[in-house]
Ligand binder design. Structure first.
Ligand code: ADP
Ligand code: MG
Length: 683
């Protein structure tokens, strides 16, 4: 049975298996398991714990983790209410297992002294020692291995027996697929086939073999299929031929000369990459990625200017009106007066809008700024040559692809994001676009100095603020939302507002999720114009807005935020030439782990570094904006632990792109690893 469509069995319905009725199918569908392939990734229990840690010293407090230890000593106090404890060790440290309401006999049985045992559970810390309370998963070289079957974390209503039955049937019928990888790549995994890899994956004795060839191969398959699809999207877009733009470098450079700063090397490099695309005959679909404050706006406006000088129109879209207006104002300031620059606002009156729409349709307008309103159906351009979209990290691949079809044949697309994620993730999340990256910050910029303060010392903070206000500076005060189930509470921000108002009468304003849009715009504009000094808000302070006069940000309950988010918030200040300060407030003294996190922020002003560290601590699924980006979750691959595989995938993808190889042999790979949203027209 060896042919190209062997893989189709894997995409077939689960009812094709014996003993799988409609009830089971229904239950599995709820878990998004729709076919035979999907259920292959329902993995034996210890696989599913991504945060497997090999050493006690690397455990992360508050996380569910799995670790192998040796029980050393029992401590069974004969006092009521005191828990039983088992001191366990490995080469790197000590961890206590704590049991409430468990019999000694049971504890001795599952944690025999001197044996290597794998346990899992939420990691806590007590009196400077790691501990797990009522460990969830305990196995001695897995007692399950002896029984030769796997334990799965079960879907409600489906027994382990049914799972094992399903999996063993599939393994029995597992088709042999034609190898899709090149010889060189396959060699890296000791030539193990996909088919054999799956078989190994489900062998109980192989649990925890993350480093073995079969596991690596399967993880690589996933990564590579994503990269390949991305590469195909890029190729498809480039196939669209367009009228190339002719860059007027003289005009461009005279605009640059008039700026009151010099562009950084990375800014110039990005501008060159964009110019190259603009003047090519293929459509541009490019992402400009750079940390907050790295100076993306000016680069996008220079690209806009070049496009206009080549006889085209430009549309610039930002997520909020105030940000769009800020870009608009900058364009007004730096572009020559003879350009027709307009702004479409939700508030503009009927006549005004009608005029703009008319002028756009006859190319009387050169460049228009606005929110998504500029892409409404009734807005039509005579000769749109470039769409610029700012701060849209929340667009998924599908949305972006639609975007690339917008604007007609001659229209290039430039997206910007201030989500400085590690390259492995960028290639995964944004790999459908060409990338320009600004790593370097403008040189004159002073780093933001970050402090941590316990809440009880708020008086010191107030004193500090008073000084800053005397110097003419402005302050952001961020309060986290209190979230209980679905109800979101703004009370902490409101309380802080009342408190600060008493100390600084007439100098404080409040912004939260319930503030109306108009009021919000008004408040932000007043803040921008220095009409008051302290802006108290929840985390809704807009991304991207430049408040050059604000140089202090105070973040309450800072432990509620991830590192990347703190870095983004901190990026609201430090955009001007003034020295700026970020104060992270905490309710109580910091744990060792929290101190470690805060130190990363204190030491690094580089968002790329912060996000890499954040990812190591929290896993890649949680870091900023990633969840919302619509990217699927990998089943095995992990951008932290499999960095080398991502690098290999990028290399192989580039090789294939260069050699113009036929990619038909990857069809099963792509079909199986389901990118249905974008692949329909690819294979
Ligand atoms: P972001 O990349 O976050 O969008 P902006 O484009 O808003 O950053 O730039 C932040 C600030 O830095 C702006 O006030 C801008 O004028 C300024 N800026 C941009 N490039 C430079 C540079 N090369 N040198 C100094 N300041 C710059
Ligand atoms: Mg910006």
């Amino acid at each position: 049975m060896h042919n190209q469509s062997n893989y189709k069995f894997l995409l077939s319905d689960l009812t094709n298996l014996k003993g799988v009725g409609s009830k089971t199918v229904k239950l599995l569908k709820k878990k998004n398991i729709n076919n035979i392939f999907d259920i292959l990734w329902k993995l034996p229990k210890s696989y599913t714990d991504r945060s497997f840690s090999s050493e006690i010293k690397n455990l992360k407090i508050g996380e569910n983790q799995t670790v192998t230890v040796v029980p050393k000593k029992y401590n069974f106090p004969r006092v009521r209410n005191l828990p039983n404890r088992v001191a366990c060790i490995d080469k790197t440290g000590q961890l206590d297992c704590v049991f409430f309401n468990s019999y000694e006999g049971y504890i001795k049985k599952i944690l025999p002294l001197g044996k290597e045992i794998t346990i899992s559970g939420k990691i806590g810390r007590f009196r400077d020692k790691y501990q797990i309370t009522n460990p969830k998963y305990v196995s001695e070289d897995s007692s399950l291995i002896k029984q030769k079957h796997n334990t799965y974390s079960l879907t409600e209503g489906i027994s382990e027996k049914v799972y094992n039955n399903i999996i063993s049937q599939i393994i029995e019928k597992l088709p042999i697929l034609d190898e899709w990888h090149s010889k060189d790549v396959l060699k890296k995994f000791d030539n193990i086939s996909w088919n054999d890899s799956i078989k190994e994956l489900h062998k109980p004795e192989n649990i925890r073999s993350f480093k073995k060839n079969f596991y690596q191969r399967l993880a690589f398959d996933e990564i590579f299929s994503t990269f390949l699809v991305n590469s195909e999207i890029r190729r498809k877009i480039k196939k669209n031929k367009k009228k190339s733009k002719v860059i007027n470098f003289k005009k461009q450079n005279s605009l640059i000369d008039n700026l009151n700063f010099t562009l950084t090397k990375d800014q110039l490099k990005s501008l060159n990459e964009i110019n190259y695309d603009l003047s090519s005959s293929s459509k541009m679909f490019r992402l400009l990625q750079g940390d907050v404050g790295s100076g993306k706006t000016i680069i996008s406006l220079l690209s806009a200017y070049n496009t206009i000088n080549s006889g085209f129109q430009v549309a610039v879209m930002a997520p909020t009106e105030i940000l769009a207006r800020q870009h608009y104002n900058l364009a007004k300031k730096i572009f020559p007066k003879n350009l027709n620059i307009r702004f479409i606002s939700g508030k503009s009156n009927y006549k005004e809008k009608k005029d703009i729409l008319h002028d756009l349709s006859i190319q009387k307008v050169d460049i228009v700024f606005g929110t998504h309103a500029i892409f409404q159906k009734k807005v039509s351009f005579k000769k749109l040559g470039l769409i610029i979209i700012d701060e849209q990290h929340k667009f998924g691949v599908g949305q972006r692809k639609k975007l690339s079809d917008k604007g007609g044949n001659d229209c290039d697309i430039l997206l910007m994001t201030a989500t400085p994620i590690p390259r492995t993730l960028t290639m995964t999340v944004f790999g459908d676009m060409d990338l320009s990256i600004i790593r370097e910050k403008p040189s004159l910029r002073k780093p933001i100095v970050t402090y941590s303060k316990i809440e009880s010392k708020i008086d010191e903070i107030i004193k500090f603020i008073k000084k800053e206000i005397i110097l003419g500076n402005q302050i952001f005060w961020v309060c986290p939302l209190i979230e209980e189930s679905k109800k979101i509470d703004h009370s902490s921000a409101i309380k802080k507002f009342e408190y600060l108002k008493k100390i600084f009468p007439n100098e404080v304003s409040l912004l939260h999720g319930k503030t109306s849009l108009e009021e919000k715009d008004l408040i932000l504009n007043n803040f921008l114009n220095n009409k008051f000094k302290i802006l108290v808000s929840t985390t809704i302070i807009e991304v991207g807005i430049d408040f050059p006069n604000a140089n202090v940000i105070i973040i309450e309950n800072a432990n509620k935020f991830g590192l990347s988010q703190l870095h983004q918030l901190r990026g609201r200040v430090g955009r001007g030439s003034k020295a700026s300060t970020c104060i992270l407030m905490f309710k109580s003294n910091l744990s060792e782990n929290a101190k470690k996190r805060i130190n990363i922020l204190k030491k690094n002003n580089d968002g790329f570094v912060v996000s890499e560290e954040d990812m190591k601590i929290r896993g890649y699924g949680d870091i900023l904006g990633f969840k919302q980006s619509g990217i699927k979750n990998f089943k095995l691959a992990d951008p932290i632990h499999n960095k080398d595989l991502f690098v290999l995938a990028e290399k192989e993808m580039k090789r294939i792109e260069k050699s113009n190889e036929n990619i038909a042999r990857f069809k099963p790979l792509i079909k199986l690893y389901d990118r249905a949203d974008v692949i329909n027209d690819i294979v």
